[in-house]
Design a protein around this ligand. Structure first.
Ligand code: BES
Ligand code: MN
Ligand code: ZN
Length: 498
């Protein structure tokens, strides 16, 4: 989508659609629209007076205007109560706007900067661009019938009213479009099915994009994985004809130093059948998304590079396909991880933690200031928090606080779970250093504790995003399909890194 910032007010523009964002309290024509010609003003005014349009969050009303006035349509979009207004209100409103216009086949629209002082002009530009680009996303790679493919809204103009404000809006638009592009990259990777996306092709995709940005790449192949003694990655992946890979991206955005600031790690199980402990058919299709942690950290790394963030990043993706076969690992097997620690396999379906264990060990060679891993690790995360927040576990309160801050700004919620020492007893094994499953209780925390055994003294945080992967109903800026959750959160976290 093309997105412009204009110094002119909406009254000095014309086009097929004007989008009016209106608070619930508004009973009179909002100031941004006072310069419009009489019929347009009167129609908006009547919709408000009659209370046909109440300005409730998400409410939409399309008004058709006589031909001789500048806009063919005015689309009223409710912002809800003014006291609840924030940046995410704008994201949602623009998501709704784009979805409404797409359904009407309207290619372009104008929207004035609207809201309260709580959202400044730059932020408005950013989140409006995010909402529009995210709301218009469709995974159409496999649709061969034109009628199944959504009409695309091609152009949005944000009317700022004056030059200085337009410049600030413009700066926000550039950031917002970059961030949204990263989120949509993650969504596309996740939605690409297992027959097309497996460790080798995931690595190819990562390398292809990284090459266009100033990101160094390294892909470990089976021989190197075995040579490094990455028993977790190898054993999980050995049941599949698609052999595992470990993808390493290095983005050096701070030229004044050589050290690594943050190491991002993402679970890259390109398809999780459960292995020999095979999953039931119901919802197994969702397991094409078991590489969402990988997609999230890769996309966030691309976003950081495009935004030229002054930070040094190393991103590690252990990628494997978890299959049942005569070469697959089994329950009862004892896996020797790269760290030297041994793991008794209770369930071959607790595979994510095994591949992440090796990635965490590998991360140590970069001596990062902080390690953040992202994974669709446990179904229990959905039981604990529903689909409203990702679970955060950490050994460092300051790092956890930084992530919380980023979560608030990006409106991607996280909730911290406790890491009491007693929980670790659940994964004690009689025959190995630990086991990979600790029973039904506190499944998400147990997953976190398992990973913690591999982080040494590093500052570390773990995000279990298993409950946040798919959107089934469709939201204003999250259409049905993969949510792309976590990319905005991580980019915000990296932006604020000092
Ligand atoms: N990939 C799954 C977790 C998952 C479940 C993600 C549902 C998204 C939606 C993971 O590999 C898994 O199977 N975890 C097991 C762990 C258990 C065996 C300890 C689980 O959650 O049941
Ligand atoms: Mn599994
Ligand atoms: Zn899994």
């Amino acid at each position: 989508m093309k997105i412009f910032a204009s110094a002119k007010p909406v009254a000095q523009h014309a086009g097929p659609a004007l989008v009016a964002l209106v608070f619930k309290e508004a009973r009179r024509l909002p100031a941004e629209f006072r310069g419009l010609p009489p019929a347009t003003r009167s129609l908006i005014q009547q919709a408000l007076e009659t209370e046909d349009f109440k300005g409730k969050s998400g409410q939409v009303l399309t008004l058709y205007i006589p031909q001789d006035e500048p806009y063919r349509r005015v689309i009223l979009i409710g912002l809800g109560e003014q006291r609840k207004f924030d940046a995410d209100t704008v994201r949602r409103a623009l998501g709704t706007a784009v979805q409404t216009l797409a359904a009407l086949n309207v290619p372009s629209f104008i929207v004035p900067v609207t809201g309260t002082a709580k959202v400044d002009a730059r932020t408005f530009g950013q989140v409006a661009a995010e909402g529009a680009e995210l709301g218009g996303f469709q995974f159409a790679d496999y649709l061969t019938k034109d009628e199944a493919i959504h009409f695309k809204v091609l152009e949005m103009t944000i009317a700022a009213g004056d030059r200085a404000k337009a410049r600030r809006v413009e700066a926000g638009i550039v950031a917002g479009q970059t961030i949204a592009e990263a989120v949509n990259t993650s969504r596309r990777l996740v939605m690409t099915p297992g027959n097309a996306l497996f460790p080798e092709t995931l690595a190819e995709e990562a390398v292809k994009t990284a090459k266009k940005l100033e990101i160094k790449t390294e892909v470990l192949k089976p021989e190197q994985i075995k040579k490094l003694k990455m028993g977790g990655v190898w054993d999980v992946g050995k049941g599949s004809a698609h052999t595992p890979r470990v993808i390493i991206l290095t983005y050096h955005g701070n030229r004044r130093k050589k050290t690594t600031d943050v190491c991002l790690i993402g679970k890259g199980v390109t398809f999780d059948t459960g292995g020999i402990c095979i999953k039931p058919t119901a919802r197994m299709t969702e397991m094409i998304g078991d590489m969402m942690g990988a997609a999230t950290v890769l996309a966030a790394t691309f976003g950081a590079a495009r935004l030229k963030l002054p930070i040094n990043l190393v991103t590690i993706v252990p990628a494997a396909e978890n299959m049942p076969s005569h070469t697959a690992y089994r329950p009862g097997d004892i896996v020797t991880t790269m760290s030297g620690q041994t793991v008794e396999v209770i369930s071959t379906d607790a595979e994510g933690r095994l591949i992440l264990a090796d990635a965490l060990t590998y991360a140590e060679r970069f001596t990062p200031q902080a390690i953040v891993d992202v994974a669709t690790l446990t179904g229990a995360a959905e039981i604990a928090l529903g689909n409203q927040a990702a679970a955060l576990m950490s050994n460092d309160p300051a790092l956890a606080a930084r992530l919380q801050k980023a979560a608030e700004i990006s409106a991607e919620r996280i909730w911290e779970l406790p890491m009491y020492e007693e929980y670790a007893e659940q994964i004690k094994s009689d025959v190995a250093d630990m086991k990979n499953s600790g029973g039904r209780l506190a499944g998400t925390i147990i997953g976190g504790w398992f990973l913690r055994k591999f982080v040494g003294d590093n500052r570390w945080a773990h995000l279990d995003i298993a409950a946040m992967d798919w959107e089934t109903a469709g939201k204003p800026y999250i259409p049905k399909g993969c949510t792309g959750y976590g990319v905005r959160l991580l980019i915000q976290f990296l932006t604020d890194w000092k």
